[in-house]
Design a protein around this ligand. Sequence first.
Ligand code: BES
Ligand code: ZN
Length: 465
Amino acid sequence: MKGIFWSRLLLTAALCWGSGAGLALAAPPEAGPEGAVVHGSANAITVNGDAIFNHVSRLAASSRVAGTQNEYNAVQYIKGELEKYGYTVNLQSFTFPKFTAPSSIQLTIEGTHGLASQQLAPQALQNTQGGDVSGEVVDAKKGTPQDVKGLELKGKIALIEAGQIDTNAKIANVADQGAVAVILYNPSSDTPILDTQFSTLSLPTVSLSGKDAQALKQKTAANGGPRVRLSVQGVAAMAATSYNVVATLRPNTTTTTSDLVTVGAHHDSVSAGPGANDDASGVGIVLEVARAVAGTQRDSEVRFLTFGAEEYGLYGSQAYANSLSSTDIGRFIGHFQLDMVGSKNSGTLGMYTVNGQKNVVTDLGATFASRLSGVIPYGRFGRSDHVPFYQRGVATALYTHSPAEPEYHTRYDTIDKISKDKLANVATIVGNSVVEILSPTTPTFKRYKDFFTPVNYPYDPNPPV
Ligand code: BES
Ligand code: ZN
């Protein structure tokens, strides 16, 4: 069995491309100066686009909101598949504050001198507090400590411009001065701010369009600025339980290194739709790469991970990254994150790091991509599960297509938008990058530049969204 597998691998020198057939890397050119890999191709893997598509299809049969039975069913499916490939699989449970968006929000400028009151069109920020408050609106500029110093905010509603410092910090600053609610705005935006907030905001917080906010700000200039009433109803933040799936594969050679590499995707989705691309696509690739890697020779350890509660604020990857010992952190070569990697309606593949700099994860990806389907760019983008790894000092990049598809976070993110070719292409690039690290013919990857020359690849200044 193993013999057949190996001989098939060695024979797949030609590039075969297509959804049904396996996808193999082209044989590397004779060791050239660029993209030269000393040994890797002998251990190259072939992935099956149909298998990935079938995983995505199974997972995208329903939404997988963190903390629900649907998410748990997805976790069991992933665990079961990994066990079929011979993995030891652990579930890591964690709790997170599950935010329920308000059922109603009203922001009213109260009428004075017999004038009618005026309704505005606010949006609630994720993780806002609920409440029903009224008070005078005060312009708190950008809400920095200098901006709010000496401002009389007790019982008042702070109007704050976005930018410069973190939203949570702005809110904390005005709350310290006694403000009871916050209206946030971006002066140059036609629509209210819809940013996702990582952690619970300390006050009821809504956003307005730049235009509405500027009009309100004008009124604050007058003596005894306008009074508004803000009602944010139906907000809830209940502790919920979610899970990460952790599948570990130890070295199978006699001489081993202490190197560790991880590959991850999030298995939860938003409630709006089934999240076929976000991020069943990433999970499908994690599963297929795990299957293929289990048949290789490895002198280092690999872990395949799927994370819960990403959509509520990266909670699963945060829990996983925080649970790593400093010894394990020291063993890391890198973490490959897959998020939104198969839509027909998205752009081209790129690798995004938190600080916008290249690292071993992008060097490998660009090199394998250049042999398969052409060089791919790197850029700067957070907003997925690579962030907590970065925060612990691990070299990491998010693989995704840019620009993102219009179906992102809608009910239209369904299986019919998924491209087998895109899935197979990303899986081949990431899978063979991982295999290169694990290969017994590459020494420890800590000093990879001694024996691996990455190709040149460009910077993409545009984020995917
Ligand atoms: N998959 C998205 C992030 C993303 C968007 C990747 C576009 C590639 C292209 C992810 O699931 C998400 O929605 N993240 C949140 C942030 C998170 C901290 C809650 C977001 O972007 O709003
Ligand atoms: Zn996602």
